[in-house]
Design a protein. Structure first.
Length: 327
């Protein structure tokens, strides 16, 4: 199935030592937390990444493969981290293997990083595993620095095994890091991945009655920060000419509330005339709220096949995701 162009992410690194290990081995690692699994699920083979540390972007890589490593607590290259406040220890089972493309070390204050820098500023700092940038940023970094000529060392881990992480709706089935409770950020990642496929985007545009845009003109971005909050998914023209038309999506894992409608209405007003549609995706809705906001917000319900009974992988959930108009 045809998909849109590869996405580009900046991956946050917690300290200088970890940054050097990431660069040395061409690896990105994410912790055995829901945020770590969120990043691992959202970043796909063929996407591009740079490392983000100290308000600087480091190198450009393409994701070649992914692995979730079993019993990774004591495995190299990164040390486990224990947080004093919670006493919880985290390690790095979720790993991306990277092909180096370009070498650079650039400050985020460059105009070319404006999309990501704005997200960071409005969020008041990192506090995220990764930040998605738009296609314009990817085009810019593809011309920075120089082509990568250094050698990447191979990390030798003998006799290790892997697993495929799953998600469940049942708290008694949670088994870190193999089974996590299904949460809203995972639903957001699933819907973004769903809309990256051209056929799904075509159906979505028909669903929200937009005929002035085609799937090939668009890019799908996660968590765009605004002064009063952040949009869960932003669909925008990849190469705007004259106008920069957008569709904004708010996602709720359960039943949408009046507050959710009001928040989305606020975002629509903040973006202004270039916002073509505001879409609220949720499990259920109140008819009273739908009637009140029907002139400006389109309600869409999501569902999965058989998810209530069995834990599912990200791929299985993506294949079973369905978006329909709420009736």
């Amino acid at each position: 199935m045809a998909t849109q162009k590869p996405s580009y992410f900046l991956v946050s690194v917690s300290n200088k030592e970890n940054l050097e290990l990431c660069k040395k081995y061409g690896l990105a690692g994410f912790t055995n937390s829901i945020n770590g699994l969120w990043a691992y699920s959202e970043l796909q083979i063929g996407d591009f990444v740079s490392f983000l540390y100290g308000a600087r972007a480091h190198n450009l890589y393409e994701i070649e493969r992914k692995e979730a490593i079993d019993n990774a607590e004591t495995l190299p290259p990164w040390k486990s981290v224990t947080f004093k406040m919670s006493g919880k220890t985290y390690y790095f089972p979720f790993r991306l293997y990277l092909k180096p493309i370009r070498k650079f070390d650039e400050p985020l204050v460059r105009n070319e990083f404006a999309y990501v820098a704005e997200n960071l500023l409005l969020r008041g700092g990192y506090r995220k595993t990764h930040f998605q940038a738009d296609q314009t940023t990817l085009q810019n970094v593809s011309q920075m620095g120089e082509t990568f000529k250094d050698k990447i060392e191979k990390l030798d881990i003998p006799n290790y095994s892997t697993f495929i992480p799953k998600f469940t709706r049942k708290r008694n089935e949670i088994l870190n890091p193999k089974i996590f409770l299904f949460q809203e950020i995972i639903l957001q990642a699933l819907i973004r991945q769903h809309l990256l496929e051209m056929d799904n985007m075509k159906k979505f545009l028909e669903l929200v009655s937009i005929d002035e845009l085609t799937p090939r003109e668009l890019e799908v971005l996660g968590e765009k920060a605004l002064p009063e909050g952040h949009i869960d998914i932003l669909i925008k023209e990849a190469v705007p000419i004259g106008l920069s038309r957008k569709i904004i999506i708010e996602i709720k894992i359960g039943k949408a509330s009046k507050k959710d409608f009001e928040q989305l209405k606020h975002y629509i007003n903040e973006i202004g005339d270039e916002c073509l549609k505001g879409v609220l995706i949720a499990k259920d809705f109140s008819k009273k709220d739908i009637d009140k906001f029907k002139e400006i917000i389109i309600p869409i319900s999501y569902s999965f096949n058989n998810f209530d009974s069995d834990a599912k992988t990200f791929k299985e959930l993506k294949n079973e995701l369905s978006l329909k108009p709420f009736i």
